[in-house]
Design a protein around this ligand. Sequence first.
Ligand code: 13P
Ligand code: ZN
Length: 274
Amino acid sequence: MKVCETNFMQGFIRLAADGYAKNWHELNGGNLSYRMTAEEVDEVREALDFTGEWIEIGASVPKLATAFFVTTGSGKFFGNVARAPKENLAIIEIDAAGTNYRIVWGLVGGGRPTSELPSHLMNHEVKMIATNGAHRVIYHAHPANLIALTFVLPLEDAVFTREIWEVMTECPVVFPEGIGVVPWMIPGGRDIAVATSELMKTYNIAVWAHHGLFVSGEHFDRAFGLMHTVEKASEILVKVLAMGGKRQTITRENFCDLAEAFEVTLDEAALGEK
Ligand code: 13P
Ligand code: ZN
């Protein structure tokens, strides 16, 4: 089986194309990673090259030791992934200590995995533990309306969550646990990775102020869907603010009724005082 024809690779490639079509990936903006199953590794093992050098991750992820990931390349464009997956993507293997990786497939012509690899891997580790292995996709994009809101809304988890919940009724059903907010930080390093993965213990969505959004999901559709939902709600909120602000809205009581009807537990802090 050719690597690019596998289901997981097709899912990866489709998300990259769909995200690009949404205008969330200017130039090399954004990155994506997927934790492969053991069966998927076996499916492509013959096509993998295990002679590459081990490289430091820049973070320690012992729970991900010996795991394999598909990841976008640093400086590579989402818009080029479908046309040339082998040039723009890599499969990487994590070493037995969880501190180094090596490229076993892809990035033909040279390159490294995304500069946000420490964030991706630390988040994968946190979400794998928190979901008993269910979450496999971490996705980062630069959606314009969400970024615009980070210049206007207070950079606080509860406020941000409530504002996004309020503009689209199904938001609290999709992410009842809310949204975390990371203040502006230098991209690509360990610090932003630590801050994001701390929030991901609670949330599946983390805002990077003045930069973009990080989401975690079980599969590509869920991760893309979360990105889509938050960005669509952000677009509505930007329009509402541009029209002079809310004149009526969904109330705390409405949210409580919604939670009961959909059997979800809403984050108390975002729900606010009785
Ligand atoms: P990479 O090209 O290294 O993935 O960086 C893009 C980005 O969005 C950084 O946050
Ligand atoms: Zn980015």
